[in-house]
Design a protein around this ligand. Structure first.
Ligand SMILES: Nc1nc2c(ncn2[C@@H]2O[C@H](COP(=O)(O)OP(=O)(O)OP(=O)(O)O)[C@@H](O)[C@H]2O)c(=O)[nH]1
Ligand SMILES: [Mg+2]
Length: 419
């Protein structure tokens, strides 16, 4: 016998296709397909969809009334638990639609927040998700009201970890300011870490990209980090960092970050600013792109626009076209950007090329030189030992013969001794 708890909530997807020039803000076949994946990621089952072609959204009901009636019928006939809309609904739209449909009504933002709530592991991640959820809910409490409290739980109502989301307005206000204080403290701590890294001369690269592009898989392949990498949206919420050492001994700290998606809820981006700051303070960015995704070009645009939203602009970007094991026509991808490599993070294909590209992109690139340093320059030799990689060293009549990796600054100092 099937346990009631195991029964998946049945969803209908709904949206309005407006024929917008900016397809990324519209409801399209692709955004609906992605919404389907989001429902799946939240643990629900999609049993139907209804998209209306209509140039303008209705201010109070989002869809036209006739279409909503149609939706209402579907809900009744198909034993639907919830309808999820492909846009963020305004408080008034949410309330009116909920009144009409008599079932649970969610929107894209709520669904994404719900998935984030399930996936958040670190203390910081949980605080940020809860803050985004509460800020989203506050103006919508009445709209969510009866249905969500009657059904009590399920998709769209889950808080991070074991916590239950507040439903009382006064408590929510109090909780929001407590969360903001806590996040401020964490941010201070993060700034300390960033400053220390800068002082130590640590080079950092943030791995950014659309959700499911293969960021965590890449970090695993490069460093054996064992980060959760799964074929599901938003597998990674918490930043993980691991260092790699390049041939010239430069250590690069690679920071895995949360994936981006189209129509990312505004409150979420706000709340996750301190996590996303990793991309803002990084020395350069590694943008992982799923080259096997037909939506590749749009996904790149979404990532670029979120990066600009959070202020991660003007940085060197290494574009990494991933999953090339899944595609046959490589010409589509090639030539997109001069600073790009094609790899398979999963099979390890072209990881050597990627490491060379990382070495070229990261600041402070070193070159191997051969130098004969006179014995009178003992301090210089020891400095070279502490800060640079020495491949070979011999004591000759004319001084210490060294094969060393030096950056341009050190090269200027020793070029008179170079052979
Ligand atoms: N075929 C193939 N699959 C890959 C490759 N790289 C990653 N994948 C798969 O793509 C899926 C997503 O990989 P992740 O590394 O979790 O992606 P992510 O970018 O970290 O995703 P989020 O954390 O959700 O943003 C997993 O099933 C990986 O096994 C690749 O080079 N080839
Ligand atoms: Mg990941």
């Amino acid at each position: 016998m099937q346990n009631i708890e195991d029964k998946k909530e049945r969803f209908i997807l709904a949206g309005v296709h407006r024929g917008l020039r900016d397809v990324l803000s519209d409801t399209t076949d692709e955004s609906i397909k992605e919404l389907r994946e989001l429902v799946k990621a939240a643990g629900g089952e999609v049993v139907g969809e209804l998209v209306q072609n209509k140039a303008d959204l209705e201010a109070s009901t989002y869809m036209g009334e006739g279409k909503l009636m149609e939706l209402c019928e579907l809900v009744g006939n198909m034993e639907i638990d919830a309808v999820v809309f492909d846009d963020e609904l305004s408080p008034i739209q949410l309330r009116n639609i909920t009144d009409m449909l008599g079932c649970k009504v969610l929107d894209r933002s709520m669904l994404i927040l719900d998935i984030f709530a399930m996936r958040a592991k670190s203390g910081e991640g949980k605080l940020q998700v809860e803050l985004a959820q509460l800020k989203y809910r506050l103006p919508r409490l009445r709209g969510m009201g009866t249905e969500l409290s009657r059904t009590g739980a399920g998709i769209g109502t889950r808080g991070p970890g074991e916590t239950r989301l507040e439903t009382d307005r006064r408590h929510i206000h109090r909780r929001i300011s407590a969360l903001e204080d806590e996040i401020k403290e964490i941010k201070k701590h993060r700034t300390l870490i960033h400053n220390r890294r800068k002082k130590d001369g640590t080079i950092t690269a943030a791995i950014v990209g659309y959700t499911n592009a293969g960021k965590s898989t890449l970090l695993n392949t490069l460093t054996d980090a064992n980060i959760l990498a799964e074929d599901k949206l938003f597998a990674t919420l918490d930043t993980t960092s691991r260092a790699i050492t390049l041939e010239d001994n430069r250590r690069i700290l690679l920071v895995d970050t949360v994936g981006f998606i189209r129509k990312l809820p505004h409150h979420l981006v706000e709340a996750f600013k301190s996590t996303l700051e990793e991309a803002v303070v990084a020395d350069f960015l590694i943008h992982v792109i799923d080259a096997s995704d037909p939506q590749m070009d749009n996904n790149i645009k979404v990532v670029e626009s979120v990066l600009s939203d959070i202020g991660a602009t003007g940085k060197r970007i290494l574009e990494v076209y991933n999953k090339i094991d899944k595609i046959t026509d490589h010409t589509v991808v090639l030539g997109a950007n001069t600073n790009s490599v094609m790899i398979s993070a999963k099979s390890g294909l072209n990881i050597d090329k990627l490491l060379l590209a990382i070495s070229d992109t990261a600041p402070g690139k070193k070159h191997k030189v051969k130098a004969l340093i006179p014995y009178s320059e003992g301090a210089l030799v020891s400095e070279l030992h502490t800060r640079h990689k020495v491949d070979n060293e011999e004591y000759t009549d004319g001084g210490t013969l060294m094969e060393i990796w030096v950056d341009s600054e050190m090269y200027e100092r020793i070029k008179g001794y170079c052979l």
